[in-house]
Design a protein around this ligand. Structure first.
Ligand code: SAM
Length: 216
């Protein structure tokens, strides 16, 4: 794995593009500027790594578009040492961004081959994190409650089990809609039994499949 001047230059331009598209959080832009996104691509597709586009990672899944990663991460308002649960490890790129921002990252992926590949890469890059293979719609009760939860696949409804695993005052970012488009939602847990919901922009994610998501 090498990170050349050409890669660094392409990454700098990507960060500028994201800032022009409205991403203002310096911690987010800084993390995107640091993590070599091309490590999450096979060599053949290296040239696609710094385009602001989603890209296939196998098993019918995708690494999210950089703008989407930046948008969700900005909404998450990550603070150093936050306990963050990610549903949908995919390539591991989003988890790497959260690690760079100083979060304690817990990530769940339902497809074993993707889980294994992402875990191996994140370990090779020297990140500290916990990665589990399983149904993320059930959350990770063994490590709950979390300060923040980020769902990186499209849910049919806000997964209530995940709200239960948020701390009071915690934030969850989740795309909710049908199988084609979803609205991004910010959920803020206001007490043990209440939460506020803010509806934001439209996106298009692969489906969140599981007990509290879409059925297989
Ligand atoms: N965050 C990923 C990245 O940085 O590459 C991109 C995620 S991709 C858009 C969505 C991922 O969610 C897919 O890898 C998919 O297999 C996974 N997924 C879907 N339903 C899931 C579930 N119930 N639990 C865990 N992962 C799930």
């Amino acid at each position: 794995m090498t990170d050349t001047y050409k890669d660094k230059g392409a990454r700098k331009r990507l960060v500028e593009e994201l800032a022009q598209k409205g991403i203002t959080d310096k911690m987010v832009l800084n993390a995107i500027g640091k993590v070599p996104r091309h490590y999450f691509f096979s060599n053949t597709f290296h040239a696609h790594a710094y385009l602001d586009k989603a890209f296939p990672i196998g098993e019918g899944q995708t690494i999210s578009q950089p703008y989407t990663v930046a948008y969700q991460t900005q909404l998450l308002q990550v603070e150093k040492n936050d306990r963050v649960l990610e549903i949908g490890t995919g390539s591991g790129y989003q988890a790497a961004i959260l690690c760079e921002m100083g979060a304690s990252v817990y990530t769940i992926e339902r497809i074993e081959s993707l889980h294994k590949k992402a875990k191996a890469l994140l370990m090779k890059l020297g990140y500290q994190f916990a990665a589990v293979c399983g149904d993320g719609t059930k959350g990770m009760t063994s490590h709950a409650p979390f300060d923040k939860i980020i769902v990186t696949a499209g849910a049919p409804v806000v997964p209530e089990e995940l709200i239960k695993q948020l701390k009071i005052g915690g934030i969850m970012i989740v795309p909710v809609g049908d199988d084609k488009t979803q609205k991004m939602f910010t959920i803020i847990k206001t007490s043990a039994n209440t939460f506020e919901k803010v509806e934001l922009d439209s996106f298009s994610f692969v489906p969140l499949v599981g007990q509290n998501g879409w059925k297989e």
